[in-house]
Design a protein around this ligand. Structure first.
Ligand code: BG6
Ligand code: MG
Length: 216
């Protein structure tokens, strides 16, 4: 029997390709400090909070900074990141995202955003899809970062459904782990080699259908 009542979507890398902007901004920051990091290392930053990402990057570069300096660096990264975000247009929504959200809503499935990003609302407004979500849980509303399930559990609660009735869409290893820890089904967006914990992995929401959703 099908018991799925809601879909919870990560933002960066699932609805919009801001994962690339995060990568570029962090790379610029690392380069300004005299080192670099690999795309493989970047996978570990996906879904991870701004502060934690910075700590990981500084660790890879073997650089130590005071708390005040870290705050400054995180602010600088966000300035560079937002320069790119502010140029975003509605056509930057990833293929199939708007269509799948529309399909979900048409058949009565609830929809929520579950993102670590404190910039979520700005991005949703930029691409004009704020009204497609029944609830938005972002980095301003949670204190525990993915892989803790807090963001998704708060989403389920805001929608008035049980965790087992939710399907999470995630591009990050930490996000897949968070969904599993929250007792939710999870569709990975990306590579099956990377997102090993997901129930199903697709390349993008343009590959998603209700049929696949109900078979999870
Ligand atoms: C996540 C991204 O969605 O949000 C991470 O995958 C990012 O890369 C995190 O660090 C926090 O985002 P922001 O916009 O608050 O810096
Ligand atoms: Mg993501």
């Amino acid at each position: 029997m099908n018991t799925i009542k809601a879909c919870i979507f990560d933002l960066d890398g699932v609805i919009v390709d801001t994962a690339v902007y995060h990568y570029k901004a962090w790379k610029r920051l690392a380069n300004s400090l005299g080192f670099d990091f690999t795309e493989h290392q970047n996978e570990q930053l996906k879904g991870v909070s701004r502060v934690r990402s910075l700590q990981l990057i500084l660790g890879w570069g073997g650089v130590t900074k005071t708390e005040a300096e870290q705050e400054q660096l995180a602010t600088q990264k966000n300035i560079w990141y937002m320069e790119m975000v502010n140029q975003m247009k509605p056509d930057e929504i990833l293929p199939g995202a708007k269509e799948f959200l529309t399909t979900c809503r048409k058949v009565g499935l609830k929809t929520a955003l579950g993102s670590a990003s404190k910039n979520s609302m700005t991005i949703l407004e930029k691409i004009g899809i704020t009204d497609m979500f029944d609830a938005v849980i972002d980095g301003n509303k949670v204190s525990k970062a993915k892989p803790d399930p807090e963001v998704f559990l708060a989403g389920a609660q805001a929608l008035g459904v049980f965790p087992e009735e939710c399907v999470v869409f995630e591009d990050a290893i930490a996000g897949v782990e968070a969904a599993v820890a929250g007792d939710m089904k999870v569709v990975g967006i990306g590579s099956p080699d990377v997102l090993t914990g997901a129930n199903l992995v697709i390349k993008g929401l343009d590959e998603m259908t209700l049929d696949k959703l109900y078979k999870l």
